[in-house]
Design a protein around this ligand. Structure first.
Ligand SMILES: [Zn+2]
Length: 387
């Protein structure tokens, strides 16, 4: 007998068979700050190490990722808005450059179909999402500018209010969407950009749902019933979003997943660190670099106990129970605070699939969670666009 004929074909795992999409990675922060090279395997445990690159995406079986153009909320004056816009342009350029450097490994994606097309040829699909509408300022024409730059979702705000809407972690200012924010949602519907309701206040969320013609996404949000945090979504919100046809992409940022009790030593060292580096966001880049050295030292001596994949899948279970299997997905927030004890970087994403299998989810269900649901919403948004 021909020896080759009896050789067993290597088995393709369920995780490798299905299309996988992560709707939120803050990897552009690594590009801007440390010039991370997406074609070189990085190490998330090293100081300033990133959690995502094309090599580890392949190892972790991740076909597509939305790279977030993230802007921390600053001064809402014309100058502040202009500065934010110029910074956003630079981040977009850095994303293109990081991808175009490796045409054999990855490509920029702009349509729902691109994820499937690129996965079929073994390339990573890199989408662009804008995290925080801040760089739009009060200029509605900037939405189409970002669409033309390739952005396919906008997270309407971040941790502070902006001119579009109130944030879930700030005090009420507009009482939901502002009048300008209403125009923003209408314009995004018209262009075919997904409205991302992560980070926005509960009232902003309901305003968006009332206004939008097409389903919306929460690109990285957990369930408030499992972890009570303003950033997470309560059951009424989950149900309302699902009734509207949308999808909530479960996030793996520790504080949103579970409150993990730390050792007394870690608590005290952490308190001292926070005191020394209070108002971190307002610090200069040099100071931030020093703070990161301190943080890394603390992590080595008193590592933070992290939530686990099982803790995160508890959120998925709950969301599936509340919304049904067609409305749940995954948005990691890697490079923006995401990461679990047993899923510390993108190379370990298969652990989610293993846990879902363990809990009895079928291949069809897992494929929906890993990308099918997101693509359904993405396509509905594309179809709803006024051409
Ligand atoms: Zn975020």
């Amino acid at each position: 007998m021909n020896k080759q004929a009896i050789q067993k074909q290597p088995e393709i795992s369920l995780h490798q068979r299905i299309l996988t999409i992560d709707t939120h990675a803050d990897t552009p922060i690594q590009l801007m700050r440390f010039n991370d090279d997406m074609g070189i395997r990085g190490d998330a445990r090293k100081i300033n190490g990133g959690q995502v690159d094309f090599i580890r995406m392949a190892e972790g079986g991740l076909d597509a990722s939305f790279f977030a153009v993230f802007l921390g909320q600053g001064d809402r004056s014309p100058e502040g808005n202009d500065q934010a816009y110029r910074k956003a342009e630079k981040i977009v350029a850095a994303i293109y450059q990081s991808v175009e450097q490796y045409p054999e490994l990855a490509a920029i994606a702009t349509t729902a179909a691109d994820a499937e097309i690129l996965a079929a040829v073994g390339k990573r699909a890199i989408y662009i999402g804008l995290e925080n509408g801040y760089p739009i300022g009060t200029d509605i024409s900037k939405i189409s500018t970002f669409y033309d730059l390739g952005a396919r979702y906008i997270t309407l705000c971040h941790t502070k209010n902006n001119d579009i809407c109130d944030s879930s972690t700030d005090t009420a200012e507009h009482g939901g969407l502002s009048d300008f924010g209403r125009q923003v949602v209408v314009e995004m519907n018209r262009l075919g950009m997904m409205v991302d309701v992560s980070h926005i206040s509960d009232l902003s969320f309901y305003d968006v749902l009332e206004l939008t013609d097409v389903p919306v996404i929460a690109s990285h949000s957990c369930a408030r019933a499992i972890r009570d945090h303003a950033r997470n979504m309560d059951d009424d919100m989950l149900q309302a979003l699902a009734a509207d046809g949308g999808v909530v992409q479960m996030c793996i940022l520790g504080h949103y997943v579970k409150e993990v009790v730390q050792s007394a030593e870690r608590d005290s060292v952490y308190r001292a660190y926070k005191e020394k580096w209070d108002k971190y966001d307002d610090r200069t880049e040099e100071q931030k670099a020093l703070a990161r050295i301190d943080y890394h030292k603390m992590e080595q001596e008193f590592p933070e106990k992290l939530a686990t994949v099982a803790d995160a899948v508890d959120h998925i279970d709950h969301m599936v129970k509340i919304m049904g299997i067609d409305h749940v997905g995954i948005g990691t927030d890697f490079d923006g605070g995401g990461g679990l004890a047993d899923c510390y970087d993108v190379s370990e994403l298969e652990n989610f699939t293993l846990e879902l299998v363990r809990r009895g989810y079928s291949e069809e269900d897992i494929a929906k969670i890993w990308g099918g649901n997101l693509l359904r919403v993405f396509r509905a948004v594309e179809t709803g666009a006024v051409k």
